[in-house]
Design a protein around this ligand. Structure first.
Ligand code: FES
Ligand code: FES
Length: 233
């Protein structure tokens, strides 16, 4: 794998005039022939549709066609592309399969963030160029591109649609929207009403019966002092 344009201090970089054939046009650039072709495409030619993803030959975001075959442009030097026929995402719509696929990707709203999509389209178009409707297994083996957003089912559906399989029934990447209706439970608290009947204080006022005591007036015996007058004995 070429070094990522890391130039040691004081190192002499030999600039070379390189001629590329990209998207049917001849392009001449002046640059370091050991630089990754991805850098040359993006920075020297100015075609930025090809993306830099991992830089370690895994994600395939940097896929271009070299002589009609999908290749990782981070994995080849600029000098290796000289004299080859290069197709990038910018030239894909010129191919019948590429035009159909791009339309299918739009119709089925395949891209999410979109970062992987140019590499994905390069690989998918190559697959469709052979004609026929590819099976799921054929798609899986032909497209090893990594999509961090997980658009794989939609990619598969779009490839089949572009291949003439009609509109697929399912486009499962759309996350089903779960509508959660939260019904607030209304708790009616019936307050226990305690009626305290206060015992009425019954005050029975017994009216004291008026007792009329008739005190019989005591008859004071009248002592009649009898004065006996003693006669003369
Ligand atoms: S950037 Fe080339 S494979 Fe990831
Ligand atoms: S659409 Fe986001 S990485 Fe593939």
């Amino acid at each position: 794998m070429p070094q990522w344009g890391v130039i040691e201090q004081g190192a002499h970089v030999e600039m070379t005039v390189m001629k590329f054939n990209i998207n049917g046009k001849s392009v001449t650039v002046d640059g370091d022939p050991s630089m990754p072709f991805l850098w040359a495409v993006r920075d020297l030619v100015g075609l930025t549709g090809t993306k830099y993803g991992c830089g370690i030959e895994i994600c395939r975001a940097c896929t271009v066609w070299v002589d009609g075959s999908p290749e990782k442009s981070c994995d080849m030097s600029a000098s290796e592309a000289v004299g080859r026929t290069i197709t990038t995402i910018e030239g894909l719509s010129a191919t019948p399969a590429g035009a159909k696929l791009q339309q299918a990707f739009i119709d089925l709203q395949v891209p999410q963030c979109g970062y992987c999509q140019s590499g994905m389209l390069m690989a998918a178009t190559r697959l469709l160029s052979g004609g026929g409707v590819p099976s799921d297994a054929q798609i899986d083996s032909a497209i090893g591109n990594i999509c961090a957003c997980g658009t794989y089912p939609r990619v598969k559906a779009a490839i089949k649609k572009a291949a003439g399989a009609g509109t697929p029934v399912t486009t499962p990447t759309t996350k089903p929207t779960t509508t959660t209706t939260t019904t607030r439970s209304t708790t009616t608290t019936t307050r226990a009403t305690t009626t305290t009947t206060r015992p009425r204080a019954t005050t029975t006022t017994t009216r004291p019966k008026a007792t009329t005591t008739t005190t019989k007036p005591k008859t004071t015996p009248t002592t009649t002092k009898t004065t006996t007058t003693r006669g003369d004995d």
